[in-house]
Design a protein around this ligand. Sequence first.
Ligand code: NAG
Ligand code: NAG
Ligand code: NAG
Ligand code: NAG
Ligand code: NAG
Ligand code: NAG
Ligand code: NAG
Ligand code: NAG
Ligand code: NAG
Length: 779
Amino acid sequence: MALRTGLVSLLALSLSGGVCANVLPPSYDVVWEDSGKNQSADSMPLGGGDIGVNTWRENGTILFYLAKSGAFDENNALLKFGRVRLSFDPNPFDGGSFEQRLLLNDGYVRYTGNDNTTVKLWVDVFNPVVHVEVESPQELSLDLAYENWRYQDRGMVGEERNQGSWGIYSSKVPNGTTYADAIDFHKGGVLMSHRNSKLDLWNFQLEQQGLQDYDDRLYNPMRNNEFGLWVHSDDLEPGKITDGHYINTDYKAWNLVSKEAKTSFNVKITMYQNQTASHCKWLQTLEQIAETSSNSQEDTIAWWHQYWDRSYIIINEDEGPEDPGFQVGKNYQIWRYLMGCNAKGEWPTKFNGGLWTFDPVFVNKYRPYTPDHRRWGGGTFTAQNQRLLYWPLLRTGDFDLMKAQFDFYKRATPNALIRGQAYQGLDAAYFLEQGDNTALSNVFEYNAQYYDDDANVPRPKNFPDGELWNVWLNHLQDTANEFVDMILQANIYSGFDVTPYLEFIELQLAWFDKYYQKLALERSPYPLSGMYGNESLIIYPASAAETYKESYNPSSTTSGLRKVLTDLLEVGKFELEDEEYYRGYLARVPETPLRMQQGRWCISPALAYNRVQNSEIPQLYPVFPWGEYGLGKPNLTVALDTYKFDTETQGYHANTGWKQDVIWLARMGVTANATALTEDRFSDSKVCKFPAFKGPHFDWTPDLNHYGAAAIGLHEQLIQTFADESIRLVPAWPDSWSARFKVWAPRNTTVEGHAKGGTVSDLKITPESRASDVIYGQD
Ligand SMILES: *[C@@H]1O[C@H](CO)[C@@H](O)[C@H](O)[C@H]1NC(C)=O
Ligand SMILES: *[C@@H]1O[C@H](CO)[C@@H](O)[C@H](O)[C@H]1NC(C)=O
Ligand SMILES: *[C@@H]1O[C@H](CO)[C@@H](O)[C@H](O)[C@H]1NC(C)=O
Ligand SMILES: *[C@@H]1O[C@H](CO)[C@@H](O)[C@H](O)[C@H]1NC(C)=O
Ligand SMILES: *[C@@H]1O[C@H](CO)[C@@H](O)[C@H](O)[C@H]1NC(C)=O
Ligand SMILES: *[C@@H]1O[C@H](CO)[C@@H](O)[C@H](O)[C@H]1NC(C)=O
Ligand SMILES: *[C@@H]1O[C@H](CO)[C@@H](O)[C@H](O)[C@H]1NC(C)=O
Ligand SMILES: *[C@@H]1O[C@H](CO)[C@@H](O)[C@H](O)[C@H]1NC(C)=O
Ligand SMILES: CC(=O)N[C@H]1CO[C@H](CO)[C@@H](O)[C@@H]1O
């Protein structure tokens, strides 16, 4: 189809000149002229590499929390590295004019006080170092307090242990202890380290889950994990150690004080985490990083500029914050900023707060715990939620960021294989929905029906080892298929090398084929369904999300396996099995079941099931993530009718957290409704001062799976791509949004232009050969 050309906007002309121009409009900066009332909950995020910082002003001092990927403690909680407080004398931050600004294009935060004193906080993208730079027109003294609440062991009480992998509270499970850090003045600065030596949780999990004999073969990211920091400045020297109390938690502060009043100060906070043979080895590397890392911000700013230039969707940029379209563009870009802060992380960004959690009492008043607390764990990466952060990164071309999520599965695969072998006698990866970084179950979920003080039903003697005694999570193994498909799609988009992930891909797929044939053969002579026992897999007992339990051929699994196997055959890389095997497997995947609802054909959640347990809508998973139904596909009406007429799920449609209505509506081309939901999702937060800190919804604040789902919905409104190579632009784009955009499509393709309603202008497709694949709207 020929390109449809619209009006060339004045904006495009004015932009075409400056190659070096900032991609984002200055109006996207988050600027505060006052501080919030809710203390740390009203902080502003920054980060880089794999570090997250949240910073705010309180009582005339500047504070920030420090966090970093991979800081898993003995309980598999993701601990903070502490808090820093900057106090000045005379104090330019104690009244009068004040500004706290997130300079989004450059990726850092700057405070300006009443005498024009500036405090710049920036995080080096290439080294794990946080920089504090103070510049003042007058001489000031600075007191930097490194505040730490883990100066002693802390028993976790009640729900507090939900921050680790003990799971939710049960009177029958140990409470766990958060062990103390080692903290002292060191070489003129402050050194903090936390080295895991007691593996209470891990040993409990091994015994509970019958894996003691495998201890030395199991990958364990908690073992000998050490993390910590060194705060240092040539301008400061050790002062007193003081005591304090902030919100719900007492702490000790190691103070570094200025040697003399000065007009400028530079502080470097070097953070390091690794599993190391000894503390000495860890310290050596930390000191090396502190010494060799550059003090120049130049490379970091250049990194942010190329990151912004990779992909963007900027809407109604000449409007202000009262315009819902403007807010969509702004908060979408801020979501991209948060993901970019962990671009080089070894671990994926967590759905439940990422690296920016704050004192938990502001999220839930019944959780007056330390700043280390978040709900649903620090080392547990719930697949259903986690996937929503990573799907949208295909469209933004952030394949390098996706690697952390792919590596998560790569590292856990040997453990999942041991689970498959030990429990089921299968050479297949037996992953879980509430997957720990170890592929083991968290303690509570493994035996939930017994540990739940209200349910209290003991695990039956003959209940299979390894299976979760858990009415929500049992039989739910298919969410890892989404990560398999993301890896395959990354290859289809960009040539991303799937070789390191083939073991995960093939062993994850192997599980469904082997496990369900094995179960079938325990009931009958036939491994498959049909008169001759040679037709298709009997996927039973299974689970359609957490919702349809003990189900038979759930549509989320059938549709998913078909998509993943098709993509695997397209990528054409196998090691454990060959192409012929996968063609046979694909032929064995059952049809996605349909059923009549209110007189209409609808997608059925499964052929059969015995109860509805949660509120996901897996009958729409064939729309997203699996793309079996949607615009341009046969039987779109069946999908639309499922949305509108399925009798069991009408009450489950919603627009927060991991709910996916916005994505389904966009994929089905229901423009007005998708637009309303996208505008609602991306509107400014009302619970925190920072506009993209919404939550907790089902999880925690900031709720990053809320924004991941929003980003996918927005993408699907703008562009949908298909296996037949077509690129469908503005399938669900409203007249009220005027955007400039750059997004990615399969086959190394970028698509740039302007969109307004059904019209695209200034379209630039790279490579140009792909222009003939473009189709528009809903034709
Ligand atoms: C701060 O800087 C601005 C512009 O550079 C100047 O107009 C203003 O007088 C300065 N304020 C103080 C208190 O020095
Ligand atoms: C956990 O702590 C609670 C509250 O302090 C206490 O009542 C309970 O007995 C403890 N549980 C165990 C298993 O020690
Ligand atoms: C600020 O002052 C209030 C009132 O004294 C106190 O409760 C709060 O903890 C202080 N905040 C900080 C960061 O010290
Ligand atoms: C962590 O330690 C391993 C093993 O010594 C080493 O290969 C790796 O480079 C280290 N990672 C970092 C970030 O220092
Ligand atoms: C402060 O937090 C409370 C919850 O603790 C919330 O109800 C309130 O809306 C927040 N206030 C602001 C101004 O964000
Ligand atoms: C199953 O076996 C029957 C009888 O041998 C054969 O006719 C049929 O084609 C087979 N079906 C499949 C799907 O292989
Ligand atoms: C779209 O929104 C309209 C108006 O609120 C509503 O009547 C209609 O049912 C919605 N369509 C879908 C598919 O939800
Ligand atoms: C995409 O680019 C990569 C290298 O950047 C290359 O390996 C791959 O073959 C390309 N794929 C296509 C479909 O052009
Ligand atoms: C259930 C249903 O509506 N199925 C239809 C899907 O589309 C094909 C071809 O367009 C029809 O033949 C089916 O009846």
